[in-house]
Design a protein around this ligand. Structure first.
Ligand SMILES: *Cc1c(COP(=O)(O)O)cnc(C)c1O
Length: 359
């Protein structure tokens, strides 16, 4: 009896690249390890968030509010949209999976920058669509002209990632407008703003403003990075009511837990503390980038909470050097190393170890 007689998953799933999670750190004895491999926030929850989450935890015998009413209300108020324009999910990764399942199937193409967020090819391939990766420019930015040229009759969705994970540069509002003018309106353009809060570049993209002006744009955002709720899994999409409605249709019922809903609402109420923390992380990032430059290490424009070393064949060497001093980093074999901006001590240690290596 051969295994062909046993249940078989869809054939196209065999081409799925596995998602490689950031590794937990290991450190020499007596050295504090730091996890700089998943772009997490080093801070504890914002003021009031733990208390709100604990109150929700006490109701764990009940299903969460399936309509996430309080969270939709809070987000709509914050963003100046109506709740019908939003779709919340278990992290913006889940929202992206939902969106791609709602808009793509076998034979459809999705244009994406590459290297970019590693969940993209997985989320595109699951519903049977084909990823069309468009290489980044030499300075690790989206090649928007090449991306527009890659759009065909089969293209259903284009993904933009600003700032781009793992390389760092952000798109400008002007270049995104020009790109949207060049792409037919039947193509859904998704702007992934996972690191929006960290952007300090000129002419920043305002995804919500774009959504207000265009009928084929969706923005996805997350509470995992600046807000520091990565472990609770909550993110959202903002778009037209039609697009948000389609994305809601394919959501798993009761996905976002009551704890996650409560923590997200409380986090939105702690805006001042959020801004302070983000400013501190941005200052730390800029200090790190300046320190790297002093040591001869030039990195692409870092607009997220991470820096990218496009070191190619030296990837394993650089990653091993960091791991040896207790810093876990994210290595992309043969391409480069992404390092999250962490606690000041972690960043200082990175500077020290790279200072000992030739760029
Ligand atoms: C981290 C990240 C996300 C979302 O993460 P979730 O935890 O699923 O919300 C989305 N896009 C990019 C580019 C990211 O780096």
């Amino acid at each position: 009896m051969t295994s062909v007689r046993l249940p078989q998953p869809l054939a196209h799933l065999h081409s799925l690249p596995p998602y490689v999670p950031g590794r937990p750190p290991t450190a020499p004895v007596g050295v504090t390890p730091y996890k700089l491999s998943s772009n997490e926030n080093p801070y504890p929850p914002l003021p009031g968030v733990l208390e709100a989450a604990e109150r929700a935890l006490a109701t764990m015998n009940r299903y969460p509010d399936m309509g996430s009413v309080a969270l939709y209300r809070a987000l709509a108020d914050r963003l100046g949209v109506v709740p019908e324009q939003l779709s919340v999910g278990t992290g913006s990764s889940a929202v992206l999976f939902q969106l791609l399942s709602a808009y793509c199937g076998p034979g459809d193409e999705v244009v994406m920058p590459w290297r970019s967020f590693e969940a993209y090819p997985i989320a595109i391939t699951v519903p049977g669509a084909t990823p069309v990766p468009v290489p980044l420019t030499a300075d690790a930015r989206h090649d928007l002209a090449a991306m527009a040229a890659a759009v065909t009759e089969r293209t259903k969705v284009v993904l933009l990632c600003t700032p781009n994970n793992p390389t760092g540069p952000a798109l400008s509002a002007t270049e995104v407008e020009e790109f949207l003018d060049a792409v037919p309106e039947r193509v859904l353009v998704v702007v992934d703003e996972a690191y929006l809060e960290f952007v300090r570049a000129e002419d920043p993209v305002d995804g919500i403003a774009l959504v207000g002006r265009r009928r084929n744009v969706a923005v996805v955002r997350t509470f995992s990075k600046a807000y520091g709720l990565a472990g609770l899994r909550v993110g959202y999409l903002a778009s037209t009511p039609e697009i948000a409605g389609a994305v809601r249709l394919v959501a798993l019922p009761f996905g976002v837990s009551s704890v996650a809903q409560a923590a997200a609402v409380a986090s939105l109420e702690a805006e001042d503390a959020l801004r302070e923390r983000v400013d501190t992380l941005v200052a730390e990032r800029d200090r790190l980038v300046a320190g790297l430059a002093e040591r001869g290490w030039r990195v692409p424009d870092a607009q997220g909470n991470f820096v990218w070393f496009g070191v190619g064949e030296r990837t394993a060497e650089i990653a091993a050097a960091a791991e040896a001093v207790g810093l876990s980093v994210r290595a992309f074999a043969g391409e480069g190393v992404r390092v999250t901006v962490g606690e000041p001590e972690a960043n200082a240690r990175l500077l020290e170890v790279l200072g000992r290596l030739a760029p």
